[in-house]
Design a protein around this ligand. Sequence first.
Ligand code: AP5
Length: 215
Amino acid sequence: MNVILLGAPGAGKGTISKHLVDKYSMVQISTGDILRNEVKNQTELGIKAKSFMDSGDLVPDEVILGIIENRIKESDCKRGFIMDGFPRTIAQAEGFSDMVGRNNLVIDAILELEADDDLLIKRLTSRRTCSNTNCQAIYNVLYQPPVKEGICDKCGSELIQRSDETEEAIAYRLKTYYEKTQPLIDYYNGGSNYHKIKADLPLDEIKASVDSILK
Ligand code: AP5
């Protein structure tokens, strides 16, 4: 099963991806996580991507399409993948559609997580993420706090706030989302595999909606 998760920053794409990984052993392909690892390792790509990411802008389409083209060929993707944060522009969606055809893949479901801006901002400013790149568990000081403040329940590493979690960057990420990513909703909408999910509900209810679609 291959799934695309669409939704604004803070809608819960990462959180639902982790649920799908746990429940269905799918592979999470988060372009945001891939880029953050490149930044952390100070690779050429990471150095190029950092300024776009910190300001809340998108990294150029050709860079992202190159990352995805390589990633979907890795053998673990045969277990089924979740695209978390990709595609994000019409050009990325068109490039991905070609890639899906060339690689004889099927996209079983496109899930749009929908919530309003006030809630998105509240969630993003209170999010904490595990600093261990092999874990990257997601917490929230208001909604899903760790047992011990500042420490990951799963691996014991420090929890951090991302560098794009300033109020200024969040505002710009939302603006970028409405300008560049929201048009994808019209692009995909109408297909029988497209589902809109209310994402302003308690997490268990959202997981149940997702599970009933994918069953
Ligand atoms: P990326 O890492 O993809 O960030 P994003 O899309 O802005 O999404 P987030 O990770 O911020 O939010 P999310 O929807 O995953 O929410 P989460 O589950 O964490 O991208 C970062 C940057 O990388 C971009 O700005 C861009 O520069 C670059 N980039 C990445 N992909 C790119 C691409 N394809 N093209 C170009 N550039 C790209 O949840 C948020 C919080 O809410 C958490 O604390 C969580 O615990 C909480 N929460 C979630 N659901 C619930 C719930 N139901 N109830 C209560 N709390 C909840």
